[in-house]
Structure formats: C-alpha cells, structure tokens
Design a protein around this ligand. Structure first.
Ligand code: PLP
Length: 492
C-alpha cells in the first residue's frame, strides 16, 4: 500500500463521514488484490500459528467506535499492524492442523463479485440466477462424487448446519411415521459412532431429541462403526419403547478419517425404516477420484449426505454441500410462507429458504461455479491425488523410523502417528508426545494438532493446502525427527 496517496477527494454527504468514492474504491480494490496475491506468495514468512497471547489484540483496539470516519490508509495500516499478527495462517503451505480450509484465486475473485452484488438468495425471485446456478453446480457436484441420481442439493453454511437439518428432517419423518404429529410421543434416538463429529451431539441437543438419546456406537480396530453394535442398540431401544429416528454414518472421521461401512449400515437402515445421514465433511472431496470411491459404497441407501467444498475443494469458507433423496420432506420440515414472501412463481421454482434454517442466504454458488470451471474436474483431481500421494509418502517415513508408530490406518490425506520407542508407559508417552507437538509447532514453519484415539494422545498430519508441496511435508518430517531426537534419542 506504500506510495498510495490519500484518495479521499470527497467527503460524504453527511458531515464528518469519509467514504470511498468510485475512483478510491478502484484504487484500493486493485491495491488489495495486489496485497492478497503477495500475501499468498509470501505467507511462508509468517509463523503458521499466531503467536499472540490472549487479550493482546483486543488491547490494541479502541474501547469505543470512531465518531468520525477514518481514512482507508489508516484502517489498512491497522489491519497490518494489529490484525495480521493475530492471524493463524490457514493458507500457509505448512498447514497440517485440524483439516484444511483451502481457497483459491478463482474462489476469492468470485467472493468479491458476490460481495459487490450483495444479493440475498432466499427465494428464486430475490435473484433467479443464484437459485438456478446453485441447482446446476450442486448437480455437477453430485455427478463428480458419484452420488445417486435424483439426489438434490443445497448449499449450507457448514456441515454442522447440514447435519442439524438432517436430524430435524429425520425427526419429522419419524413423527409422521408414528402417526402422531402433535402431543405426546415416544422418545426418539439417534445413533452415531463414538468417533462421530461433535456437531452430531450438538445437533441432537438443538433438535430436541435430548443429548441422552444419542447412542454412541462402538468402533472396530479401524475406528469404523461396527454395524452389529448398531443393530443391537436399535433393538434395545425398540424394546424399551424408544423410537430409532436417525443414524449418522461418518465417511472420514475427524480424529482419523475412519470410514463407517455404509453398505451394511445403509441396508440395515432401509430394512428398519431409520433415516441415514452421511457426514463426509472432509473426505467427501476424495470421492472425485475413482480410486477413492470405495468409501461411498452403499451411499445409495443414504437419505441425506453432506461434504464441505470449503475444506478440500479450493472453495473458500463457507460452502457446505448438502444432498437429500427426498427434497419434499426437507421442504416440509422447513417451509414457511408468510404473506410478505409469496411470489407469483412459487409453484414453478425452488425457494432455497425452505431448504434449511436461515432465511437470508449468501450467493455461495458463484464461487463454486468459478472454481469448478477454472480448475475443471481434472484440475481438482490432480490436487487431490497429489495430497494423497504426499500423505502416503509421510506414512512411509513414519513406518520406517522405529521411534514412531502409526495410530490408525491412513485414509484420505490424514496421517495419525506418535512417538513410541517401546520403552515407556502410556503416561510418559502422552507427556512426550504433547511436548513433541509443542516443540514442533514452536518452529512456526508447520502447524499440526492432536486428537485422542482410544484415549491415547495422537498427532495428526492433515495434508490439503493448495500450495503444500513435497518440500513442505519433508520439512515437517525433518522438524519432527529433530525434536523427537531431543526427547527420545536418535533413530537406532
Ligand atoms: C469438519 C467436520 C465437520 C464440521 O464441519 P463444519 O463445516 O465446520 O461444521 C463435521 N464432520 C466432520 C466429519 C468433519 O470433518
């Protein structure tokens, strides 16, 4: 931004209000695009994980709002001095924490257009193109993942919201099934593996099932749900007068990317009339690859399915793709038509406000469209393949070094591991691995996070950043080995 003279040639219509006129908007707009492009280029110079202490950013912010408008130069200078140090750099190629939230140039450019258009996409009428583009790109995604024909899609903000929608729809379906739409009804239960994401429990609470009616189904040695245990839990509930309403199967669990067997779970759900929701928030993207499609075997039994293009498909947050088999049931769950929202075409079009919780909706389909067209299916497949290759490479390194052990089978691009030289008890292993993770992250070049698998502290290496290359994965391994040497000695 240096060298940009102050461009506020006008003062706004109200006294004391500065505003960006058309020319200033362009100037700053071009400059900000330059800044973002340079940021992506140089993001490696920042520590991946922000080093600020709690309260540090807040302390630099005025307690009260500005009375008078401020020049953009000053606002932007504060962005760089106050905000940027408190940013954790998710777009850093050394990002191996949690899950990726990768974005891309076409996605960001489309977001700019979306913000500029500033439309609300609650009904067809409020922007016909937004509705029809959303229908089209979600049909593209359905084909790309090989989801059953006839499933229709809608964009939700997050997988948590999509799963809540599934739980609400399943509850409606189960209520109708009982033929008792009002008044007293049996309690209803939801089933998910003990490795399912926390959003399932949250959703069960919000949807009113009662958290005590979430059944945590045991998993096998691969951390995948055991279908026989599911059947047993369902039978027990039926005997006790509790109605089984919904099973949430996970394709790619958060801790270890474990894959619940959809085939067995799904056919059981079909037989017993229980709603099947599939949470593939992270791993779903991998289904773009023929060789990874095995994960979705049995998905034809699913009533609903969610995955996040905002995680591993170059579409910046937020954009979660939710698919349902029976759109009518979804709409029945959420439809509401007050007089002020009625339009003359309601019979002929989709009104996406009835496909979820929110009324006002962002125009998220645009960035997805830009990404899908800009990369093409092949471009996206290439990225996914490369990340999978890097994960296999890292897995190989872990296996070769006898101070380390793999903690779970490697699925998608997530490797779970820890130091274990076979000479320590669990308590000491936990202490050492916590210490290892802290020391590795302190380098600022890479960022990894942890989980617990069967109560054992586990380090996760999640590969999925757009710009992550072999050298970044190699560097992570180099740092991990160096720090491990300090804790348990050299390889030998
Ligand atoms: C990331 C993730 C979620 C949560 O996704 P949000 O879009 O942040 O709500 C849910 N389930 C699984 C399996 C995930 O990986």
């Amino acid at each position: 931004m240096k060298g940009l003279a102050r461009k506020f040639s006008e003062v706004g219509p109200e006294r004391g209000v500065e505003r960006l006129d058309r020319e200033s908007f362009k100037k700053f707009g071009y400059a900000f695009v330059d800044w973002v492009a340079d940021y992506w280029e140089e993001v490696e110079k920042h520590p991946v994980n922000s080093p600020v202490k709690p309260g540090e950013v807040r302390a630099k912010l005025p307690a009260a709002p500005p009375e008078e408008g401020e020049p953009m130069e000053r606002i932007f200078a504060d962005f760089q001095e106050v905000i940027l140090p408190g940013i954790t750099h998710w777009q850093h190629p050394g990002w191996f924490a949690y899950f990726p939230a990768n974005n891309s140039p076409p996605s960001v450019l489309a977001e700019l257009l979306t913000a500029g258009l500033g439309v609300q996409c609650m009904s067809w009428q409020t922007s016909p193109a937004a509705t029809e583009l959303e229908e089209a790109v979600l049909e593209w995604l359905r084909q790309m993942l090989g989801l059953p024909e006839g499933m229709s899609g809608v964009i939700q903000d997050t997988a948590s919201t999509a799963t809540l929608c599934a739980l609400l729809t399943a509850r409606e379906a189960a209520t109708r099934f009982q033929g008792n739409e009002r008044g007293a009804r049996e309690p209803m239960a939801v089933y998910a593996s003990e490795e399912a994401h926390s959003s399932v429990e949250k959703g069960v609470g919000i949807a009113g099932y009662g958290r005590e009616y979430l059944r945590r189904i045991p998993t096998d040695e691969r951390f995948a749900m055991v279908p026989e245990e599911l059947e047993r839990a369902v039978m027990n509930d039926k005997k006790a007068g509790v109605q089984p309403a919904c099973v949430v199967a996970t394709v790619g669990t958060t801790s270890s990317a474990a894959v619940d067997p959809l085939e067995e779970i799904g056919s059981f759900c079909r037989r017993s009339g229980v709603w099947l929701h599939v949470d593939a928030a992270f791993s779903g993207s991998a289904a773009l690859l023929e060789e990874e499609r095995w994960m979705l075997r049995g998905v034809e039994h699913a009533d609903s399915f969610v995955f996040n293009p905002h995680k591993w498909l170059l579409t910046n947050f937020d954009c979660s793709a939710y698919f349902v088999r029976d759109a009518e049931l979804l709409v029945k769950t959420f439809a509401i038509l007050p007089e002020y929202l009625k339009t003359g075409v309601d019979e002929q079009v989709k009104n996406y406000r009835d496909w979820g919780i929110q009324l006002g909706r962002r125009f998220r389909a645009l960035k997805l469209w830009f990404v899908l067209r800009s990369y093409g299916v092949q471009g996206l497949q290439e990225m996914l393949r490369e990340h999978l290759r890097l994960a296999r490479l890292f897995e190989g390194w872990v296996k070769e070094d006898n101070r380390f052990e793999l903690m779970a089978p490697v699925n998608a691009s997530l490797v779970c591991f820890r130091v274990d030289d076979g000479r320590r008890d669990e308590e000491e292993l936990e202490r050492i691995n916590r210490e290892l993770l802290e020391r590795v992250n302190a380098w600022g070049e890479v960022y990894l996070t942890h989980t617990a698998l069967r109560g054992r502290f586990t380090i996760r290496m999640a590969i999925g950043q757009r710009t992550t290359a072999e050298r970044h994965v190699g560097r992570a391994w180099e740092i991990i080995r160096k720090e491990a040497a300090g804790l348990v000695g050299k390889e030998g």
